[in-house]
Ligand binder design. Structure first.
Ligand SMILES: [Zn+2]
Length: 428
């Protein structure tokens, strides 16, 4: 009697703590977003002095309006997301889904995998209106969207199919290991999870990304020669430079680096390449090579390894606690396994920690950007990098006047003012 009484009160405490944490994280995100909205709106009228000669008033105001539209929409998503989390947990959604699948499939591995797949599909459907609104209303209004309904549907079918092909075997393996590998299952499962991530990093550039985009080598001979020289100077094989048809889906411009070992490559969107002069291409490429030189992929991977080990350890412990289930609105299966339930509850609770650890990761990422910029300035020209970045900021309608605190929480790249300031003071 005492035991059950104490487990009821532990479960109640868990519910209260969870609800409070959810409220705290929503309030924090809401406060940050309203700061950003206020800050951008206040500075909408005037181009900041440092950019007065380089950025037109129209471009500045477009960036402000675009940022405001996205951030305001983010507030609705935030409220909806919190409601969905509550629906799955304290309001009993996950418990109902679990019991329903128990009736259909009985208790066992199949039911567990079914629960994960059903949860992911339902969540995907719940998010769908938001994704559609973002692409076909917000992006459309600002002239960025180039995705047709047909292309969108193709993408959706492909990514869902790919998710099932890769996700179902992985989920089955993980759930089997959780039940079959003893008390240290979380350690073995973490090894498998890490192996999967490394494998994805290796095969993503050459197998998965080409399912969605075309990647072609450069055609422009002048740029080709410069790229080959720069890559040789920085110690890279020159077949690692690709142009991607980003313009099929969006007018936004970008460049990125990916993979490691033989699979490493730098990818330029055709939208970016079309706008840069050859020396600017050099500068942006040197920035991406800087990420490799300073071992940013490896550093990211190591921090992800460490964080996920911590996560799996926590999951291993939580999945043994009855209150973790009952406190979050779920009746555990009395005779079967509860691994899929534990995994899903963990995934629902994890985002609450996000806003509190996020700033450490964005800080690391912004530092990496500064390092890559410094490498580019040393290898090419700071002026070229600065003008290339301004084109990039303009194409993405990135605001020049974000709220400084919002930047600390969310920006993976330093805002234009900080970034160009450093490049131009260091550069030639
Ligand atoms: Zn970068």
């Amino acid at each position: 009697m005492t035991a059950s009484f104490s487990s009821i009160s532990t479960s109640l405490i868990t519910s209260v703590v969870f609800a409070l944490a959810l409220i705290a994280s929503v309030l924090l995100k809401f406060w940050l977003a309203t700061r950003q909205i206020r800050h951008v709106a206040q500075h909408r009228g005037e181009v900041p002095r440092a950019f007065a000669e380089k950025v037109s008033r129209a471009a500045h105001q477009k960036a402000a309006d675009y940022t405001l539209a996205k951030t305001r929409f983010g507030l609705i998503e935030l409220a909806w997301g919190a409601a969905v989390t509550l629906g799955w947990t304290l309001l009993g959604g996950l418990s109902v889904l679990n019991l329903t699948l128990n009736q259909w499939l009985g208790q066992g591995l199949m039911q567990q995998v079914g629960l994960l797949v059903a949860f992911v599909l339902i969540n995907g459907l719940i998010d769908l209106p938001f994704t559609l609104y973002q692409t076909f209303v917000i992006e459309q209004r600002f002239g960025f969207n180039r995705t047709s309904a047909k292309l969108w549907l193709q993408d959706f079918a492909k990514s869902t199919g790919l998710g099932l092909i890769l996700g179902v075997p992985l989920a089955t393996l993980v759930l089997w290991m959780m039940g079959a590998t003893g008390t240290l299952w979380w350690l073995w499962t973490w090894c498998v999870w890490m192996g999967f991530n490394v494998l994805m990093l290796l095969v993503y550039p050459s197998w998965i990304a080409p399912l969605f985009n075309k990647f072609q080598p450069l055609e422009n001979q002048e740029i080709k020669d410069r790229v080959a020289k720069l890559m040789a100077r920085c110690g890279f094989t020159s077949n690692g430079f690709f142009v991607m048809d980003g313009s099929r889906r969006s007018a936004h411009a970008n460049a990125y680096f990916t993979g490691f070992g033989a699979s490493k490559r730098v990818v330029f969107y055709d939208t970016l390449l079309a706008q840069l002069s050859p020396p600017e291409v050099d500068a942006v490429l040197a920035h991406e090579l800087g990420h490799f030189k300073r071992r940013h992929i490896v550093k990211r991977l190591v921090s992800m390894f460490a964080m996920s080990l911590l996560g799996f350890f926590a999951l291993g412990w939580l999945s043994q606690q009855l209150w973790f289930f009952t406190g979050l609105g779920v009746l555990p299966n009395l005779s079967g396994q509860n691994d899929a339930l534990a995994l899903l509850l963990f995934m629902l609770v994890l985002p609450l920690v996000g806003p509190f650890v996020g700033p450490f990761f964005t800080l690391m990422s912004r530092r990496h950007e500064f390092e890559a910029d410094a490498y580019a300035v040393a290898q090419t020209s700071g002026n070229d990098l600065a003008t290339a970045l301004l084109k990039l900021y303009k194409d993405n309608a990135s605001t020049l006047t974000p709220d400084p605190l919002y930047v600390k929480f969310y920006y993976s790249h330093p805002p234009a003012n900080e970034r160009l300031g450093r490049i131009l003071s260091a550069g030639t």
